[in-house]
Design a protein around this ligand. Structure first.
Ligand code: M2E
Length: 247
């Protein structure tokens, strides 16, 4: 089967998550100025979104800024914040064109008020779109996500609305970010490191993992297509014992 042949829908990942690593190394390798690697990285997402739309992927989640990224040099943090803001503005016409719902996950309380307002506005304006959901993780950490969910259950216990004995993984699952989305099927990391780096810990419990040396600005839809084919082959092997995905 070639990379571009259609796959049966059961073999298409419903949710792809990407750790877009390698922007700074790309900048150094290409003699770009400080931070310019992130500018290059900004361009790489569009063809990936188009591939996912074309293939019927329901949710694409990208790690734009982690909880840990706050510890980067202040100049880089402020550049990333400006780039995030500019990118959201720039992406809006594409969201309308392709009818993509834009959502954000992460600890918004740490973000500037104008960025928070922009995020709310972008979500509201695209909430009715159904072609695909693009999720941008900003100030996100998987441990924050789980702690934040636990805290909401604790509030219910404290209010006498929930008994401790009724807390289980199904109950907690309703309060993590993206509780209403399918679980992550494929977790991809570019840039050559073999870590999950506190990304969607809960949501990726059963995800197939993919790592590539390719630096994020060089990551192309054809490499993603090859990974999706590999995903389908892994599912098929697994499928030998599973009636549900036997085709
Ligand atoms: C992104 C943000 O490193 C980041 C710089 C800004 C762009 N970027 C990478 C993103 O992840 C917002 C939207 Cl709407 C799309 C992509």
């Amino acid at each position: 089967m070639s990379n571009s042949d259609p796959l049966p829908l059961v073999l298409i990942p419903r949710h792809i998550a990407i750790i877009m690593d390698g922007n700074n190394r790309y900048g150094k390798a290409n003699d770009l100025g400080k931070g310019e690697g992130h500018v290059a990285g900004k361009e790489a997402l569009d063809p990936i979104v188009e591939y996912c739309l074309d293939r019927g992927v329901e949710v694409l989640t990208v790690f734009a800024f982690s909880s840990e990224n706050w510890q980067r040099p202040p100049n880089e943090v402020s550049l990333l914040m400006r780039l995030l803001t500019a990118t959201i503005h720039e992406q809006m016409p594409r969201m309308y064109k392709y009818r993509i719902r834009l959502r954000f996950i992460g600890d918004r309380s740490q973000l500037a008020d104008d960025l928070q307002a922009l995020m709310i506005d972008a979500e509201a304006k695209t909430a009715h779109f159904e072609a695909m959901t693009l999720v941008i993780a900003i100030s996100y950490g998987g441990q924050w996500d789980i702690a934040h969910a636990a805290r909401q259950l604790a509030v219910q216990v404290q209010a006498g609305e929930l008994r401790v004995e009724d807390i289980d993984k199904e109950r907690l699952a309703k309060y993590v970010q993206l509780a209403d989305a399918p679980a992550v099927d494929m977790l991809i990391r570019t840039g050559g490191e073999y870590r999950i780096s506190n990304f969607l810990l809960w949501q990726s419990a059963y995800a197939e993992l993919f790592f590539t040396q390719t630096l994020w600005p060089n990551f192309e839809a054809k490499e993603l297509a090859a990974m999706v084919l590999e995903f389908a082959q892994r599912q098929r092997r697994f499928g030998k014992t599973s009636e549900q995905i036997e085709i």
